[in-house]
Every structure is written in C-alpha cells, then in structure tokens.
Design a protein. Structure first.
Length: 501
C-alpha cells in the first residue's frame, strides 16, 4: 500500500477509529475447489503515529478450508525517553461481520500471542473453535501505542484445505454449588489464564483458588469468552466457577461479572463514542454485573474514563494494596458521600486479585459476600446490595454491625433506621490480623482509629446526625519511611452501614 493511500485511509478512518486495508484473496478463478494442501499470503505495511484504534484486514476465504492460521510481527524502534513504543494487539472476526457486539467474533489474544489458528475441532486459547465458512473474514490489528517513527507490520494468513471436522460440544460450569446455605462466601472475580495474557492454566487457577480458601471464582479474560468452556472437571461442591470477561477498552477496563456463559461483550469504543451504555445494558441483560476495574491504574488505557452511572459495583482493591488502590478508595468514599447527599443509590466496593501468573496470588484480594446460597444469582445479588467486605486472604475473618438503643441492628450494606440523636453502637470483630489497626470512617472522614486488641474486638459510638454511614478499615502499620499521616496497606475493609431513616 502506498504511503499516500495509508494517509488517505487514515483521514477517512478518523471519524470511526477504524482503518480498512486492501483485502487478501485466496480465490481460485475458474479452478476446482481445493481439497488439500495449504496457501499463505503475506501483507506488509506501515502505520503512522496517531493511527486509528483498529485496523481491519479483510481475508476472502474460499470453500474447502478446514483451518485458518494467522501470525504477525511488527517493529520496535528505539523511542525518546518518556515516549511509548510500538505495541500491537490482534484478533479475528469471521464471515458474519465486524459489527460491534455482533455474531462475527472468533477471538482475541491482544498482545499475548504472535500467532493463532482456528478450525472446527480446536482453536488457540483466546479463540473460538467452529467451522471455517467461506466469506470475508477480518483480521483485526489493534495498534495500542505507536512510536513516533510509525509501526512497520507484517501479517501472514495461511489457509489449510480439507474436510471440516466436528466442533466439540462446549460444556459450561454449573450455576450453583452445594454451599452452606445462607453464609459468607469468599470469591476472586478478576482472574486471567492462558486464554488471554495469563500464564496459568484453568486447572492451575482452580487449584490455587482451593488453596486460597475460596468458594467461587469468575473467569475474566481480556476481550474473549474462550475460557468459558475450559473448566470441565474443575468445579465441584467446594468451588463454583462463574463466567465473565474483562472488557478492555482504550479508556479503561470493566468486568462483565457473572454473565451467561458464552456472552461476548465488545470493547471497540472510547468514552467519546457514547457507546458504553449499550454494552453495560448488555452485561445486565445477560445476568451480569458492571464493575469498573482498577479505575486509577497507571498502565496505558487502564484508567477508567466512562464514569460510574452504569456501574453496579467498583473494584477499589486490585491485587496487593498500592497507591492506585488508595486513590480508588478515596474516590469511592466521595461517591458514597454524594449518594447520601443527593439521595441516589450507592455503589458497593469489591476487591479482586487480577492474578495473571506466579508470583501473583489468587485470592489477594478477595470479596466476601453474604449470600443465600452458593449460586450465581445469590452471589451477584449480594455484591449488588453491598453485603460484602474485602480481605487480603482467607486467614482474615471479620464481622461488623450497628445497633440502636432499642436493639435495632444492621449489618454490612444495610441501614439502621434510627432517630438522628439515637446512640448507635458500632462493633467490629477481626481475626487473623495481628499487629493491625482498625478505623471507623464516616461521611465526615476517619473519626476513630485504634490498634486491634488481642481479642480483635473494637467498639465505637456515634449518631445518625453525626454519621450518615460508617465503614470499617483494618490496616497494617505504615511502611518504614512513610510519612506519619499516610495509612498503612489494607488488610480488610467493609462496605458501609447507613444510619438514619
């Protein structure tokens, strides 16, 4: 492709964020349909800095193809200090088209792989097995960042001919496990395997979840659902496995948590496109929750830019507790204050590990949910209602209640309906956190902090007039050398109890 053609197509694509290249054809004009062998076509080009978010490479697939295989490379020139170099993702859509949210999606590996293959019998992790039907397929390149010098790329497409195989029936996890009836259940709802950019297999994740004392997990690969059918034989009475997706846009990541198995949520939009609401509704229509992930993460494209009007919960603690989690916690607390002031619904907090590989720890952090049973509907209802708290591990236990003068009481995520001047007693009990300090935080701020006593029990008094809500934090001592006014890393925290009529 000539440079002027690339520039012209780039200008045309500016309004849509998509550039379509000249297609690749394997047509055999006037010849018989091939029944064996393979053919490869290569496409090379250069993308300028400021290229559209997605580059479509049409591939004309004739009849008689049993497998399509794709590989790609791109250059990585040296860039000036402080400048992003080249990074390019890849995926594919089949002959049903590339419409956002449409049926044509066949897989995405982001930048985790340089090659993949799809046939009826099998597919590379991240991709969906199924018939390779004739028509126009589209390889999708996602130039995540482009160096000032541009990005030179090469894409190789190989078609292998022969009889189509049989696509195995997909077996999805059950929606319910034995459980313990109404109880507190521990879950990690942000996990990555070899089906996106993780290094663990599903079997290794399931083993790590059991070792971490979890009751349930959610599989959330970046922009693909290929892991939904990869857990056969790994669930049991002791471990429920839910399905979901980490929808990884250029303006932040969101967990489609607990969606129906096989549900694909598209990611090809930015906040300026005013498209997120449509896909948030799709998440809820398929039984899931909308949970912005690591909203203040510093990686390119990770920070959340879509606002929280569509959210059902927000991930305020992602992996080991760090400065961006502290920012997410502060922003969430400000939203609690606004919800009280304006009478709007409040947004519950949750925590997950986002574990990809060793030594990242499955279950650090984890969300502990009060649910009627160990089932998808009950767990998601508990998260949505805020009947949950967050811990760094299953070694920590916690209870937190508010009690009025006449014995009225409420727990985490509930409301204690008392008169403004009624004395309210807050009781926190923590196990497994020696050496930590406990705090009670209200809409006015952190009003009470004390070292945890040996029995782990802390009591504090307030009124609804003084505190619209109270939530509890359990923190480790500040790191050596930290300013005295900075709190230590979180060991556990709760969603609030609201006070007043």
């Amino acid at each position: 492709m000539h440079r002027r053609d690339v520039m012209r197509l780039t200008a045309i694509a500016a309004a849509t964020g998509v550039l379509t290249l000249e297609g690749v054809s394997f047509a055999h004009a006037g010849g018989p349909e091939r029944t064996d062998g393979e053919e490869t076509r290569k496409v090379t080009g250069r993308l300028p800095a400021g290229a559209p978010d997605y580059i479509h490479l049409p591939v004309e697939v004739p009849r008689g193809v049993r497998e399509i295989a794709v590989s790609y490379t791109y250059d990585r020139p040296t860039v000036p200090p402080g400048t992003q170099g080249n990074a390019c993702d890849i995926g594919i859509f089949d002959e049903r088209g590339t419409a956002p949210g449409g049926p044509g999606f066949r897989g995405w590996s982001g930048g985790a792989r340089t090659e993949f293959a799809i046939s009826a019998e099998r597919a590379t992790p991240g991709y969906l097995a199924g018939p390779v039907r004739p028509g126009t397929w589209h390889v999708i390149l996602g130039p995540y960042t482009v160096a000032p010098q541009g990005m030179a790329y090469e894409v190789s497409v190989t078609l292998r001919y022969g009889r189509q195989g049989v696509t195995p029936a997909v077996v999805h996890p059950p929606q319910r496990a034995k459980g313990r009836g109404r109880a507190w259940y521990r879950g990690d709802n942000h996990l990555h395997s070899v089906h996106s950019d993780g290094r663990r297999t599903p079997a290794e994740i399931a083993a790590a979840a059991r070792a971490a004392g979890l009751d349930w997990i959610t599989t959330t690969e970046h922009n693909t659902t290929s892991s939904h059918g990869a857990w056969q034989g790994l669930w049991g009475d002791d471990l429920l496995i839910l399905t979901g997706e980490e929808v990884t846009t250029r303006n932040g990541h969101v967990l489609a948590l607990g969606t129906d198995p096989g549900t694909f949520i598209d990611w090809r939009y930015r906040a300026r496109d005013d498209a997120f609401g449509r896909f948030a509704r799709r998440i809820r229509q398929t039984g899931g929750l909308v949970v912005p992930a690591h909203p203040y993460a510093t990686c390119v494209g990770c920070a959340w830019k879509f606002g929280f009007a569509e959210a059902d919960a927000v991930e305020v603690w992602n992996g080991p507790y760090t400065a961006d989690d502290e920012m997410a916690l502060a922003a969430w607390d400000a939203m609690l204050v606004a919800s009280v002031r304006e009478g709007h619904r409040w947004l519950p907090a949750m925590g997950n590990s986002d574990a990809h590989r060793e030594p990242q720890v499955v279950g650090l952090s984890q969300t502990v949910v009060l649910a009627d049973d160990l089932s998808r509907p009950a767990l998601l209802a508990g998260i949505r209602a805020g009947r949950s708290w967050i811990a760094e591990s299953s070694a920590i236990g916690l209870s937190f209640t508010a009690t009025g003068g006449r014995g009225e009481h409420a727990g985490i995520g509930g409301r204690l309906r008392v008169a403004p001047d009624t004395d309210v007693t807050l009781r926190l009990e923590v196990t497994g956190a020696p050496g930590c300090a406990a705090s009670f935080v209200t809409d006015q701020g952190r009003l009470f902090t004390t070292p945890l006593p040996p029995d782990g029990r802390v009591e504090w008094h307030t009124t609804a007039a003084r505190s619209a809500y109270v939530r509890a934090e359990v923190r480790r001592p500040p790191a050596d050398g930290s300013p005295a006014e900075l709190p230590g890393a979180m060991a556990a925290m709760t969603n609030p109890v609201f006070l007043g009529a």
